[in-house]
Design a protein around this ligand. Sequence first.
Ligand code: AMP
Length: 562
Amino acid sequence: MTTPLLGQMMDVPLTVSSLLAHAARHFGSTEIVSRRIEGDLHRYTYRDCEKRAKQLAQALIALGVEPGDRVATLAWNGYRHLEAYYGTTGFGAVCHTINPRLFPDQIAYIINHADDAYVLFDTTFAALVDTLAPQCPHVRGWIALCDEAHRPPMQTSVLCYETLMDGQDGGFDWPALDEQQASYLCYTSGTTGNPKGALYTHRSTVLHAFGAALPDSMSLSASDSVLPIVPMFHVNAWGLAHAGPLTGAKLVFPGKDLDGKSLYELMESERVTCSAGVPTVWLGLLNYLRETGGKFSSLQRTVIGGSACPPAMLRILEDDYGVQVIHAWGMTEMSPLGTLSKLNWEQSQRPLAEQRKLLEKQGHVIYGVDMKIVGEDGRELPWDGVAFGDLHVRGPWVIDRYFRKEESPLIDGWFPTGDVATIDPDSFLHITDRSKDVIKSGGEWISSIDVENVAVAHPAVAEAACIACAHPKWTERPLLVVVKRAGFDVTREELLAFYDGKVAKWWIPDDVVFVDELPHTATGKLQKLKLRDLFRDHVLPSALEDGRNCALTPGAQGKPVR
Ligand code: AMP
């Protein structure tokens, strides 16, 4: 057998630190602007950011953190969170971003499952940390992301971030790492059972950043001012915290205030050209613009994903505000980008209505992701825009298995997404449904099983099913369908009150419907797809209320919808 001829190029590992090092060296004076928890606007540069990320790395090493250890964050989008991204991964530790909107018990589960060594937290979450600390005995320390003057009063003994930073000089060289080492750990609750961890590698993070920046992806460049509305605790802000330094784009972080007014003012003052977020935040922005008559003076495009972008939102942003909408689909298990709606040259020559129809779909894959749809027998289905099946994906930034789980989720080397989709002859993906048993409200998951478990614990409930119901503001909200136990009675209000303190407030169903029986399969499994179909036209009381004030409702302006 002949020996293959190896190429003669430098073997430079793709490491996360190289992204920030590149930005600091070649875009050193480009700004990173953050609206801080302290209330003011903080500005510094990529050069400053790298120095402080190195100070953090030194501080964590001094605290005994070793490569491979997990360091968690409970934080909004801001410069200190960015320092945490690079100050941990830069020396081989793993940055574990936690979604603070989860119920405290779930967060404690996640921290314990990840075996986090330290947790860095924004002071907004001081009370949450006091609740978590007794449940997380293995955490070696909690670090408040503030200076001594802003240290919040707490029961937990905590370290102060800026004091730790002051003790270090930033004279540190990023060590060489194996690109297959773990970089970030993100848990998803978009699966049944407990949240599961997706553990990315340095290589997958850097390749994903390249993919995110491509012209037919988010199309980032050094001439952009980018405002990630999507949280840094939600799949690394869809890669923007990496694609930003990779391209040298200016970064603008909104902190904790994601209402229309705060976002709009920041977009205008920082001349933002590109943004990204779930439909719910864009709705908030559009409502604000409608009320005030405001227009964008610099915003050129926005990526909308996490949930399906309503066609009306796409039309209004493009026609009324001149903002290009890039509809994106992906998931935590995919780092997250999979497809984006951009037209190729030929498609852009078609009649406008046809172009729009395509753009409303979830789009075309970017290099790095392959996809297929399969039928019940596992066979691949045609790309005719009609046949729908389970969507499977694979690629270098798709997970191979979940963190600390032995069994592989893959089927024949492909990851089953739990989404149901069609793919058309243009290779455009269209998500039509979901086979996974979860609900997505405002871009965040609600476990239907957990909601059902609370309901069936009520003495008057024989059986309960929780399904997603369309909602103008949150995209989906939970509807509880209940069969009462014979001889018992319970009202909608009593059942809803029963949820108090048992799940996060935003997990409580918006409505309850009582039925005589629920549809089951021959094997006794609840037929959620059929149930969703039965209640497709159900109007939630909260949807009526929010629909009145919704910028997407034609002529709404405070008038009732029906
Ligand atoms: P997450 O892991 O929280 O990012 O959630 C990923 C899931 O959100 C996907 O599997 C889909 O179910 C849903 N999702 C994401 N983007 C879209 C989109 N553009 N349209 C419809 N569903 C989406």
